[in-house]
Design a protein around this ligand. Structure first.
Ligand code: ZN
Length: 422
């Protein structure tokens, strides 16, 4: 991809209303564009990151036996009346059609997935059943804030599981916990699995997956040595107490909730009269779990965890491009031709290796190109110039490293491919 053709531009100035690093850097870098409070358009750079993060999550949900479906955001009020949540969920968007019929814009999909699963599931032989989707969600937030972290419209992966027994749900719940930690690690995030309240879903304790960053909106009591952590809203421990797992002192820290899992018990199957037949033909109640990951929020959390004062530092796994080639103009016509030919050959070589490359072919000076490269945060920057060619090749600069080095052109494609795998 040539930068001059890429839709979306970087901006020298931070948006005036940006209240967090992700809001500032994603907008300044041309990843997203603010439409109104809590609502964003995703531009090609941002959409590329979002799709990669969602694909990682999709792979991990498939590995957990999940089957992907796609459910409507526009949902009948009657379903929400059945579960009693039409009146109890304060952030539910409610809309009225021109015929005065009322609809919900889904903030969650228990009301749709439960009757859907019921339609096709009769017997214990068809259980457990795990269904998930990656879809747009709506929340009528009083105060949208923190860029893409707390929006009114956002994307989310939500999975729902149906089981014949509490023991079967408990075993699956534990597997999902591990699958989530793996999915977040692949996206470049270290998360703590912390106990939290069930929120609008259940009275039981749930688990949150918290990415630890200083700008996080949740306060946690966590152990620095082991996995233990609790959201302060349910904490039975306080700062300085000995960790119940390992005895080290607990500390107060900030986190961004990137995922959550809930044991929903029998509520939703009971609301819809959904049961199953066991081996003896008797009708038995089902138990249900739900598992969420906010994917647009996840992109924001990755930025919060991976940036410096110059811009974003994308993990390789979710970067919009893996390599950015920055050609610098030469005043000498022959040398300029050599720069251009080198860039074209390198671009072709990388394309053949399946490496996504952005070439900054814009008519701009070195300073501006380097500042933009730091801002958009592609993992590897290669400078091709009269000077680099005289030194025998290209200048290799990793976004996460302080120093640049000169590398020869020969074998460069293979070296990049192996660095990307490392
Ligand atoms: Zn501990």
């Amino acid at each position: 991809m040539r930068y001059s053709h890429l839709f979306g531009k970087t901006s020298k100035n931070a948006p005036s209303d940006a209240d967090s690093p992700n809001a500032r850097l994603l907008e300044q870098g041309g990843f997203v564009e603010h439409v109104m409070a809590g609502v964003y358009s995703w531009l090609p750079l941002g959409l590329s990151v979002l799709r990669k993060a969602e694909q990682i999550i999709r792979e991990e949900m498939n590995a957990l036996g999940g089957q992907e479906i796609f459910m409507p955001s526009l949902q009948p009020k009657e379903y929400w009346d059945k579960t009693g949540r039409w009146d109890s969920v304060d952030i539910l968007f409610k809309i009225k059609s021109q015929t005065d019929k009322m609809y919900a814009l889904g903030c969650s999909h228990e009301e749709v997935v439960t009757p859907l699963a019921q339609k096709f599931t009769r017997s214990y032989k068809e259980l457990p059943l795990m269904l998930y989707q990656i879809n747009t969600k709506f929340r009528d937030e009083l105060r949208a804030k923190s860029g893409v972290l707390r929006g009114r419209e956002f994307r989310m992966k939500d999975m729902y599981s149906f089981h014949t027994s509490q023991a079967d749900l408990d075993a699956y719940y534990a597997r999902v916990k591990e699958g989530y930690v793996k999915a977040f690690a692949r996206c470049g995030l270290d998360v703590k699995v912390v106990e939290a309240s069930g929120g609008i879903f259940t009275k039981k304790i749930s688990h949150e997956f918290q990415a630890l960053t200083p700008s996080g909106e949740d306060t946690l009591i966590a152990c620095g040595s082991c996995e233990f952590g609790q959201n302060v809203e349910v904490a039975t421990q306080k700062e300085g107490d000995a960790c119940p797992n390992c005895g080290k002192p607990l500390v107060k820290t900030k986190g961004i909730e990137v995922g959550n899992i809930f044991d929903l018990g029998k509520k939703f199957p009971e609301d819809f009269g959904f049961d199953y037949m066991d081996e003896t033909g008797a009708h038995k109640p089902l138990v249900m779990g739900c598992y969420g990951i906010g994917t647009t929020r996840l992109v924001g959390a990755i930025v919060e965890a991976h940036h410096d004062d110059k811009g974003i530092i994308w993990p390789k796994s979710v970067a919009p491009f893996q390599v950015e080639i920055v050609p610098l103009k030469s005043k000498d016509e022959e040398k300029q031709k050599l720069v251009e030919a080198t860039v074209s050959a390198l671009e072709k070589d990388l394309a053949e290796r399946g490496i996504e490359t952005l070439v900054d072919d814009r008519d701009k000076g070195a300073g501006e190109k380097f500042a933009d490269a730091d801002l958009i945060g592609i993992p590897l920057r290669l400078v091709v110039s009269e000077k680099s060619l005289a030194a025998g090749g290209v200048e290799w600069k990793e976004r996460a490293a302080a120093e640049a080095k000169s590398v020869p052109l020969e074998g460069l494609g293979a070296e990049i491919a192996s660095w990307l795998k490392s």
